[in-house]
Design a protein around this ligand. Structure first.
Ligand code: AHR
Length: 517
């Protein structure tokens, strides 16, 4: 940080203190929601476009290691703070035959991919995925084929990855070079089976019958696994999405550990403030499903704990639609701008506010396909959405707090009023530090905010991480990826009555780190 920049920050703070606060954030470390689970910083890699081939995996590239893993992407994955990685789909998995993707690579069959219109070489399969996870330090999460696949396939897959004894599939794994079990703990019981676009789409009765038997059979192979039921997809609306989740929870409550949810948002109307008001939908969806979990468990004295796995979420609306599929070039290569980076804060704030029930979340996806990293044969750049994801990730393990927020309000078309400030807070007991995550979704107003704390003395030295940029539509590209990036400073707050005033600039995302003694 230059001296000049520091002077500017102090000046801002001085100006703010002269101004009466318009908003208030009141923090109480005794009001605990739950742990910010490390798996909230998960990701997703699908056989789709250039996510696997040309993204994570590029055989023969000077940028790859001997196995074909792109080293720059692996490093980016670590910097992004990815904890758990979901694979191999997505829509792709509902037509995937995992047995095609093991053994000598040159003998693996090439198959048409009927989900996205491409051709699957099968050169990246189960062992490659699990080696990748082991190398990068990721927890693997495999989603089974509950579309066109069978329960037997799913059971064999688990035997291949986890069986310790000498059995047919465990021996196949050994033959393919892996003696000890991969010990995959997280398994998804299918992807978006509620969606008519899904290969092997089912109605909820047929799905829950399948999932119940799959769960039973898989637990007989390894009863230590965690199972995720296929909850409602992004595109199911109205009472319909609730009904799907209600039946799934009712029928599967004694077998599953998570129910999945998927949400994609976009600024289709080109209205910044309305775009970032979609936090209302996220909060609503989570709260409804939390209620459905309780309803399903009503009357059970000791119900099996069930959490939400938000295992697909992101901004996705530009590279969308059937046209790419028709020409067999589906890529979903969304180019993200500054306002999309702010949307990342909106998602994490909502997950943190519901940390008691949202215990896993997977950004869709890792690289090239609706992703924070973008490659070509020569290198890679980071999209603006990369930076908030990496920064929020540093709060894993903190305790999310139930915080009072009073903020000037606005009313986007067809919505209930909501605050311009979208806030979550977390507490790190060991560091004795509060993290205050604030999205100011006003296009025009800087908002002076009094931040006060109930227990423990607020320290004046405050760390500030801020993402802000004058052009909402600014994007990155190869050799032009430094402009929409965060600024880090430390400011000295004037602490009065165990609080201070801070001004959150219009259209910005800020994370304050406040020490408490
Ligand atoms: O992430 C892209 C696609 O979105 C996934 O394949 C599918 O599950 C969802 O509809």
């Amino acid at each position: 940080m230059t001296g000049l920049r520091f002077a500017a920050c102090v000046l801002t703070a001085a100006t703010v203190m002269a101004q009466a606060p318009q908003a208030r954030i009141k923090i109480d470390t005794d009001r605990r929601i739950g742990e910010v689970h490390p798996w909230l910083f998960g990701n997703f890699a699908e056989h789709l476009g250039r996510c696997i081939y040309g993204g994570m995996y590029e055989e023969g590239s000077p940028l790859s290691d001997a196995r074909g893993f792109r080293k720059d992407v692996m490093e980016g994955t670590k910097q992004l703070g990815v904890s758990v990685l979901r694979w191999p789909g997505g829509n792709f998995v509902s037509g995937y035959q995992w047995k095609d993707g093991i053994g000598p690579k040159d003998q693996r069959p090439v198959r048409p991919d009927h989900a996205w219109g491409g051709v699957e070489s099968n050169r990246f399969g189960t062992d490659e995925f699990l080696q990748y996870c082991e190398t990068v330090g990721l927890t693997p999460y495999i989603c089974i084929n509950a579309g066109l696949g069978s329960i037997n396939d799913a059971r064999d897959w688990l035997e291949y990855t986890n069986e310790k004894r000498k059995t047919y599939w465990a021996d196949q794994r050994r033959k393919n070079g892996r003696e000890k079990p991969w010990d995959v703990k997280i398994w998804g019981l299918g992807n978006e089976i509620d969606g008519p676009w899904q290969l092997g789409h089912k109605n909820v009765e047929d799905y829950t019958k399948f999932a119940l038997e799959a769960a039973k059979s898989m637990r007989r192979v390894d009863d230590s696994i965690k199972l995720i039921a296929s909850g409602s997809s992004n595109f199911r609306q109205g009472a319909d999405w609730i009904q799907w989740n209600r039946v799934v929870l009712d029928k599967l409550k004694d077998e599953i550990d998570y129910i999945s949810l998927h949400t994609y948002v976009g600024n289709r109307e080109n209205n910044f403030e309305a775009y970032l008001a979609q936090s209302q939908d996220l909060d609503h969806r989570i709260e409804v499903v939390a209620g459905l979990i309780q309803a399903a468990q009503s009357g059970q004295k000791k119900p099996r704990p069930i959490a939400i796995a938000y295992d697909e979420w992101n901004v996705w609306y530009r590279a969308h639609g059937g046209s790419e599929y028709e020409i067999g070039k589906t890529g979903l290569e969304e180019q993200y701008n500054f306002e999309d980076a702010l949307a990342m804060g909106m998602f994490f704030n909502s997950f943190f506010r519901h940390a008691d029930v949202v215990k896993m979340a997977n950004l869709a996806q890792l690289v090239n396909v609706i992703a924070p990293m973008f490659t070509n044969k020569q290198g890679m750049f980071l999209q603006p959405i990369f930076f908030p994801i990496a920064e929020y990730g540093k709060q894993r393990g903190n305790i999310a707090l139930d915080t009072l927020v009073q903020s000037p309000q606005y009313t986007p078309k067809d919505r209930q009023p909501l605050g311009y400030l979208d806030v979550s807070t977390t507490w790190n007991e060991k560091e004795k530090a509060l993290y205050v995550n604030v999205l100011n979704r006003s296009e025009k107003l800087d908002i002076a905010t009094r931040i006060e704390n109930v227990e423990g003395a607020v320290q004046p030295s405050v760390g500030v991480w801020e993402m802000n940029y004058p052009d909402m539509k600014a994007v990155h590209f190869f050799n032009d990826d430094k402009k929409v990036t965060p600024k880090m400073t430390t400011v000295t707050a004037k602490v009065e009555k165990n609080g201070f005033t801070y001004t959150f600039p219009k259209h910005s995302l800020t994370i304050l780190r406040v020490g408490v003694r």
